[in-house]
Structures are given as C-alpha cells and as structure tokens.
Design a protein around this ligand. Structure first.
Ligand SMILES: Cc1cc2nc3c(=O)[nH]c(=O)nc-3n(C[C@H](O)[C@H](O)[C@H](O)COP(=O)(O)O)c2cc1C
Length: 393
C-alpha cells in the first residue's frame, strides 16, 4: 500500500518525538520514502542527526529562512503528510491557519491527505481549546489517530499518549486503499473455541485467529464497519474493529445470531470445535474419568445461519488435511454459502498459526487457487473476490 509513496513527516516538541525514529523505519519498511520537517522545539527531544540517519537519504529541515522554498517544495512532492507527534501548539496553529515556522507553513501549502497523531498531557488534551482545534481540523478532512490512554511521561495516567507506530502506519495504508467496502457491515469470526471438560481442561484446536484477524483488519482498511467475534487468541485486535470475545461454540453461536441480522457480509473463519463434553464438570475430574468422557456435537453455526430467511453474503472456511476440495464444495452447498475458502492445513506455509496461507477460493463461478502469501495478502485477495461477486461478477 505504501510502496513508492512519498511521505512528509512533521515532528514537533513532545517527549514522544523519539518515537518518530521507529515510525520512519516502519514507513520505510513498507517501501515508502520519508522526508522530515522538524520544529525548533522538537530538537530538544530528539537530535536531527538521529532523524537524518533514520530517514536518509535527504536532509532533515527545520529553519524556514535557511532552507528557502522547503515549505513549498517538500509538500509539493509528498503524497501524504503525517505529524507525529503533534503538540497542542502545532495543532492550534494549523487549525488557525498560522504559518510562523517551516512545519506550519508547509502544512498550509500541502493539498493532500494529512494524518496527525497528537501527544500531550491529558489535561492539555482535554482542554476545550485543543478539542475545538481538533474538531476544526476534522471538519476539513484531517485524519486523527489517538491519542491513547495509559501512563504519560509526566508520571500521570490518562488520554494523551501518541498512538502506536502500527496504528499510525495502518492509518497511512488506509489513505491509499480504495474504500470499496464503505457502508458495509462486516461480521467476521476468528480463532478456536474452547469446550470445557472441567474448570482446568478443555477441548480445542490449533487455530491462532491470524487469518480471521487479517480479514477483519483488511475489511476495516477498505472502509467497512467491522465486528470481530473471536475465540481465545493472542493476536492484537485491529484498530477500529468492534471486538466480541467468546470462549465456547455456544457463546460464538449466540454472538453471531445476535449480530448477523445487521450485517451485509458474514465471514465464518473461526475454527469452532466440532465436539464438546456432554457436561462440564464443576470440579477438576479424576484422571480415570477422562477416558470415558462422553462427547456431543457442537452447533454448526454456518448451517444454522443458512436457515435464516434473510442472510448476508456468506463466506465459509474449510480447513482440510490433504487436497480434499470436494469436501469443501459439499460444505458450501450444504450450508448454502456464497463462497468457500478451501485450506489444506498440511501444506508447507499454510494453515494454523502460520504467518502465511495457501488457499483456494470456491464460488458459483468456479475455483481460484492463490499462491502461498502472507495472511494479510490472502485476506485482501478474498475481499477482492467478494466485492467482485457482490457486484455480480
Ligand atoms: C519536557 C517538556 C515536554 C513537553 N511535552 C509536550 C507534549 O508531549 N505535548 C505538547 O503538546 N507539548 C509539550 N511540551 C510543550 C511544547 O514543547 C511547547 O508547546 C512547544 O512550544 C511546542 O512547539 P512546536 O509545536 O513548534 O514543536 C513539552 C515541553 C517540555 C519542556
């Protein structure tokens, strides 16, 4: 998304200024080039040399009268302007159209998308003047990320921490992503479920949640409102995604049935445990009781949703061992899904807990085999196919 993009980064006088080094590295890792304008105050917090080394090639500029025309040339050549961290001072000046330093002058000369990541003490952030300035900027289309709540440099706790580097980079990716899912309400399930034998033991499977989380993140990036219903997973929840945490298959079933009516796209990616103990014992069972454990079939959530009078565009997943694509096709027809993703989890680089996946997309028009790719790219390809099918192609 950011490959080949030219990003202009403004760094202002906040304690969080040192984090700009990681932001520059992260943006460059994505294939973007980064040029930097600092404010005079920011040089108290991070050296120009450190920033210059991180952002090289290209000098870092801060003095309007020493680097004449930089306030016009740098914004003219940029695809995106990010201010991170953004102080109350720079935000206020930007909102009022003041151009008394190189950074604020460059902001006024820039005509493209702007992302700001405020960072300040929570009292400064809550100040009505700062909030009014933020509203003013939002009304002109400036994108804000954060600030987050947590411990602050001053020793206090509250809302004021600069958004995380990944959050800022994700906002930048979104700027360059077509918003073709804007207006869609996407419901995604992810991860395994746990079926308790007793308070300490459960039946589950190897699903990590990575594929479902990647789908939720990719749909959000394309402008959808996304709800993620997830079984236990250690993956970070994507920004801007409403998350519902469940443990058991029946909790997931309830959560899905409550929300599916409001959804326009349903992606059932969770690996719901097929079986559960007939009853969960209230206390830790004796080992000897385990071999005679009685199991029952769990609800088939996808099948249940197929019986609804009105169902959104529905995508199922079929994790198989071996090239058992016929089984995936049968599931798709039994469950009346619009699309199914066949996933041979025994393949190298595919399936559970892997960073990559290799899947075949099945729909009414046939099969499309995708190569082994990072799960985020697999998610993007699946959403491409869904949008094309929803448009009738
Ligand atoms: C130790 C210290 C930390 C500061 N941290 C912040 C901060 O996190 N956010 C903020 O808005 N201002 C902070 N300030 C105040 C700004 O540095 C000050 O308003 C400055 O004029 C900002 O200039 P600039 O917006 O041109 O960078 C801090 C000041 C000091 C001395």
């Amino acid at each position: 998304m950011l490959k080949g993009k030219s990003i202009l980064l403004g760094i202002t006088g906040s304690v969080a200024a040192y984090k700009a080094i990681d932001l520059i590295k992260g943006l460059k890792n994505e294939g973007a080039s980064v040029s930097v304008i600092m404010t005079g105050a920011s040089k108290h917090f991070v050296t120009t040399m450190s920033i210059e080394i991180a952002a090289s090639p290209g000098p870092v500029v801060w003095d309007m009268f020493e680097t004449r025309m930089a306030h016009i040339d740098r914004p003219r050549n940029a695809d995106l302007f990010i201010i991170a961290p953004a102080t109350a001072n720079t935000i206020g000046k930007y909102a009022c159209g003041i151009a008394d330093n190189l950074l604020n002058a460059a902001l006024l000369a820039f005509t493209g998308p702007v992302i700001i990541a405020p960072a300040m003490n929570w009292r400064m952030w809550q100040n009505p003047m700062v909030q009014k300035n933020m509203q003013q900027l939002a009304s002109t289309g400036v994108i804000t990320v954060g600030p987050e709540t947590g411990p602050l440099a001053c020793g206090e706790e509250g809302q004021g921490r600069m958004a995380g580097i990944e959050t800022i980079i994700e906002a930048a990716r979104k700027v360059f992503t077509p918003q073709d899912l804007a207006g869609e309400q996407v419901l995604v399930t992810a991860g395994p479920t746990r079926e308790y034998i007793d308070p300490v033991r459960y039946i589950s499977n190897r699903s990590s949640g990575k594929m479902g989380y990647a789908l939720a993140k990719a749909a959000r990036r394309r402008g959808a409102a996304v709800t993620l219903i997830t079984g236990p997973s250690a993956v970070n929840v994507p920004d801007g995604v409403e998350t519902v945490r469940v443990e058991t298959a029946s909790e997931m079933q309830q959560a899905v049935m409550q929300r599916i009516g409001d959804s326009s796209l349903f992606i059932m990616c969770a690996a719901v445990a097929d079986f559960a103990p007939e009853a969960t014992l209230p206390e830790k069972a004796e080992k000897s009781a385990i071999p005679s454990l009685k199991l029952r079939l769990n609800p088939d959530i996808l099948l249940e949703t197929s019986r609804l009078a009105k169902r959104p565009f529905t995508v199922g997943f079929s994790a198989e061992t071996g090239h058992n694509i016929a089984r995936a096709k049968k599931k798709m027809s039994d469950k009346k899904a619009d699309m199914f993703i066949f996933n041979d989890v025994t393949k190298e680089g595919a399936g559970f807990d892997s960073e990559t996946n290799e899947v075949t997309m099945i729909d009414g028009h046939g099969e499309t085999a995708l190569p082994c790719m990072p799960k985020e790219e697999v998610a993007a390809a699946i959403l491409d196919r869904i949008t094309s099918l929803k448009r009738g192609g």
